[in-house]
Design a protein around this ligand. Structure first.
Ligand code: PGA
Length: 248
């Protein structure tokens, strides 16, 4: 089963209207890499101007609320981000799990809400450093997948991202063997949940991906792309990752 590589950026709480100029170079690189899907998740306030500026890129949200509408002050629904121009959303990012106390069940509910609006979903999982040190990484990731992946998930709208928390923004990455081991376990877990559809679901690696390490990480078994934080903020840093994916 061949799965198209997917390189997704996550700007987190960074960026500004001026920073959207970076999307020009990213869109050009994406156009030059027709065998790779390129997505960029931006803060809510930048979705509409980003989608206007880069109509050929898939612009997304970093989170959505699990309800379609209602009395949820300060929250934003999947329908709202879609109307603003988002084509996808992240759910269950470890920073939201840490900062907002979100759970795998929340990620499941948010994925379902996004699906109701026809958005693509990138659902994140990954162990903490303490869990890795206690040899629990595999069990933690399996449990997160079990609780967060909707029954009707398939590759047409659902992507999983394995992001060990201790590798995010730290410049540290797992060994290629550790990445391949977790991705194999994630694939097997998906198979128990959604059967053959698991073969079509892309599993991204995230955590300190750069232009320097992308080629070797992306070449690992069951690594179908990358979710990129810091190195997605500028075209100069993000384009080499797109180019590395295109060369595989
Ligand atoms: P990083 O972030 O590439 O800056 O480590 C990845 C992520 O959190 O998605």
């Amino acid at each position: 089963m061949t799965r198209r590589k997917l390189v997704a950026g996550n700007w987190k709480m960074n960026g500004s209207r001026a920073a959207l100029a970076e999307l020009d170079g990213i869109a050009a690189a994406a156009a030059a890499a027709p065998n790779v899907d390129v997505m960029v998740a931006v803060p809510f306030t930048l979705i509409a101007p980003a989608a206007d500026r880069a109509p050929t890129l898939s612009i997304g949200a970093e989170d959505v609320h699990e309800a379609d509408s209602g009395a949820h002050t300060g929250c934003v629904s999947a329908a709202m981000v879609k109307e603003a121009g988002a084509r996808f959303t992240l759910v269950g990012h470890s920073e939201r799990r840490m900062d907002q106390g979100e759970t795998s069940h929340d990620a499941w509910a948010k994925a379902a809400a996004a699906r109701r609006q026809g958005l693509h979903v990138i659902s994140c999982c990954g162990e903490t450093e303490a869990e890795r040190d206690a040899d629990r990484a595999e069990r933690v990731v399996q449990a997160q997948i079990e609780k967060s992946v909707p029954d009707n998930a398939d590759g047409s709208w659902f992507t999983l991202a394995y992001e060990p928390r201790w590798a995010i923004g730290t410049g540290r990455t797992p060994t290629l063997e550790q990445i391949a081991a977790i991705h194999a376990i994630a694939r097997a877990k998906l198979r128990t949940l959604i059967g053959d559809a698991a073969d079509g679901v892309r599993i991204l690696y995230g955590g300190s991906v750069t232009g320097d390490n992308a080629a070797t990480i992306l070449a690992c078994d069951n690594v179908d792309g990358a979710l990129v934080g810091g190195a997605s903020l500028t075209a100069a840093k993000f384009v080499p990752i797109i180019t590395a994916a295109a060369a595989l």
